[in-house]
Design a protein. Structure first.
Length: 188
């Protein structure tokens, strides 16, 4: 068979004209699908960017609201601190310092501070001499020897007030605990 100049040199037969049309149609279809995919990806990217902007805006608003709520919660405490500051300032400017007045002044300041603390939701925890020692509510600051065994393990002195928020102890009271004197070891 003579060589046909239109046939490929590798000996394969050329694809029919209908195959060229099918390939062109497939390429057109692929281009269309890729263009649609690119549009969809672009829309999704725009939606994701919009979501991120919304999230950032909401985060900023949330931060501002929390800050404002915190400032509003502190306002009564600030007002009380202003009163306390004014009291201390007035006392410091007095002409005569009466030593007998100092304990009364310090007690008034302590009461004012307890009121300020109470406005934050924390109350003083009542602890009295004779209460049984409770390690969940009391922090031992030392012991005091007693002869009466009935007093053993009870509070003899409150050194520092404890505070509670509802039922939760937020600061244990510092106390001195009664202890029955131990018998000497070894007899005589």
């Amino acid at each position: 068979m003579p060589d046909d100049p239109s046939s490929p040199k590798d000996g394969t037969t050329p694809p029919p004209a209908s195959a060229d049309g099918a390939i062109a149609a497939s390429l057109t279809q692929i281009h269309t699908v890729l263009a649609d995919l690119a549009k969809t990806a672009g829309r999704e990217h725009d939606r994701a960017a919009h979501r991120e902007r919304v999230i950032d805006r909401l985060h900023e608003e949330n931060g501002r609201l929390r800050h404002n709520e915190l400032q509003a919660a502190f306002e009564p405490v600030r007002t009380s601190l202003y009163r306390l500051y004014d009291l201390v300032r007035r006392e410091s400017e007095r002409e005569s310092a009466d030593p007998a007045h100092t304990p009364t002044l310090l007690a008034a300041i302590a009461e004012e501070l307890a009121e300020i603390i109470a406005r934050t939701g924390v109350e003083r925890m009542p602890v009295h001499e004779g209460d049984p020692f409770d390690p969940a509510r009391h922090r031992p600051a030392g012991t005091h020897d007693v002869d009466d065994a009935a007093l053993d393990g009870t509070v003899t002195t409150v050194r520092r007030t404890g505070f509670v928020r509802g039922e939760k102890v937020v600061r244990r009271a510092e106390v001195i605990v009664a202890r029955t004197a131990a018998d000497p070891v070894g007899g005589d």
